[in-house]
Write a protein that binds this ligand. Sequence first.
Ligand code: HPA
Length: 276
Amino acid sequence: MDTATHPLAERITATMKVPVSVAVVLGSGIKALEDLVNGGSCHYAELPGFPTATVAGHAGVLSWGQLGEGGPGVMVARGRFHLYEGHGLGEALMLVNLFKDLGVPNVVLTNAAGGLRADWQPGDLMLIDDHLAFQGSQGGLPVPLPGGLDAEWGPYHAREAYDGEWRERLAAHCLKAGVPLRRGVYVGLMGPSYETMGENRYLITAGADAVGMSTVPEAARAASGGMKVLGVSCVTNISITPSGAAETSHQEVVDVAKAASANMEAVLRGAIATAP
Ligand code: HPA
């Protein structure tokens, strides 16, 4: 789509004098980037073709603005559409498609995830180095996409979806700034139930460090569209401890994600500062 003709493009340029350089998707309960200036916002339901976000902890609001006067332009999507809600891949990819239509070059995907490492703590943040696409026939696989692939999109690929140089810059930035950031492999499952202990053991053997129900198709789609992608998980529960997966409630996930929001804010500001 021609960026200039997108109905949202006019609203964005009306309030903000710089282009959006980074779009951020905030997962369950994650609060961050709430003090943008020269910005605006709209509900997903106002966007053509968008359903309303339904999961608790997901506001369903898209906002844009600058990170301080003279700062970079950012766009923040609070909430996403999950396959476990009954949405298809078309809905799950709507935000990424919108970023592409608006010509946004860089995307940060955040999520809440269960930790598969016994020595990690709830509230830890994990930079996603790679992912496992375990969402049935949809997540990350070269399925025919709704509407097909047009010339603007490259082949649908998941390999090295997360930009290597941006990851290293962010890791170095966080180290220098004293912001704790773990790194690992994220596995995306269909959900909606949390994993059994047997499944956790299987996922660890498969090479995963954190488990969740989103992000994988979005990362693959964004990378295919030429966007630079980062992924950051908020580990809200340690899935493999005795009080782990089976007893994890969505409310607990949302509460821990909220509590970890100060660190997430620091990581996201670091990601924006180090964006390509
Ligand atoms: N499993 C899957 N998804 C999750 C979890 C979990 O333990 N915690 C937060 N999102």
